[in-house]
Design a protein around this ligand. Structure first.
Ligand SMILES: Nc1ncnc2c1ncn2[C@@H]1O[C@H](COP(=O)(O)OP(=O)(O)O)[C@@H](O)[C@H]1O
Ligand SMILES: [Mg+2]
Length: 222
């Protein structure tokens, strides 16, 4: 198997002595390239903390995360941020759009941060694929939940990341919109060979996954 993500003995605790929360507790994990992996587990089991660590959004207490064989946390600061922007797209449950920017501006923001040229045709293609191109000049506050999540997905995809990390991306959506958003994400895996790692508490979504990883008390149990 070819793994795109490899986690070795990863640890992240919160709190102080006497009141320690073992959010990620000596965890090992390998994620296969080009597959859809679902991460499941009850609330508070450490799923989001693990996903943030996979994506370079947090710093572990100890242990390693390899992304395409690169020891990610050997990088720090700007180098880590640049690596993350190159390899990883994030999609959050609450969309994390910037309210004062239009859809287009939100979507191209990571390209700007990465110092990449915005290729307007490529961005337009992504927006069309995702079905949000008619809203490109709209502000997030004027969008439905599904449209907001499409915008957030477009933002994650526009730099063609190898890995898409999603934290309950359909948690705030109705079931019809959820199906549409899942269709877009599955297409990324099937047609573009991207690797999707998604936290979900939805049985139906977990059943769509190629691999299911179960987390309990900060550890991978299955
Ligand atoms: N920034 C933080 N500060 C303190 N405790 C945290 C922080 N983030 C998460 N935790 C705690 O770590 C545990 C795991 O949280 P989380 O990774 O969000 O779990 P899940 O996503 O599975 O619900 C929980 O007990 C949570 O309260
Ligand atoms: Mg969570």
């Amino acid at each position: 198997m070819s793994s795109i993500v490899k986690v070795e003995n990863l640890v992240k605790y919160y709190g102080t002595e006497g009141n320690i929360v073992k959010a990620v507790d000596h965890t090992d994990l390998e994620i296969e390239r080009g597959k859809f992996t679902a991460i499941i587990g009850r609330s508070g089991s450490g799923k989001s903390t693990l996903l943030h660590l996979l994506g370079g959004l947090d710093v572990p207490d100890s242990g390693k995360v390899f992304i395409e064989e690169k020891d990610m946390y050997a990088l720090r600061g700007d180098a880590l941020a640049a690596f993350r922007r190159e390899k990883i797209g994030f999609i959050f449950q609450d969309f994390n759009l910037i309210p004062s920017l239009t859809v287009w501006e939100n979507v191209v923001l990571p390209l700007g941060l990465a110092g990449k040229k915005v290729k307007e045709n490529d961005v337009s293609d992504v927006l069309k694929n995702i079905g949000i191109d008619d809203k490109k000049n709209a502000l997030p506050s004027t969008l439905s939940g599904g449209q907001k999540q499409r915008c957030a997905i477009a933002r994650a995809l526009v730099s063609s990341p190898a890995i898409i990390l999603a934290d309950e991306p359909t948690g705030n959506l109705d079931s019809q919109t959820e199906r549409e958003v899942m269709g877009i994400l599955k297409k990324c895996v099937r047609d573009y060979g991207q690797t999707l790692i998604m936290i979900t508490h939805d049985e139906g979504i977990a059943q769509m996954a190629d691999v299911v990883v179960m987390i309990e008390d900060g550890k991978v149990v299955k």
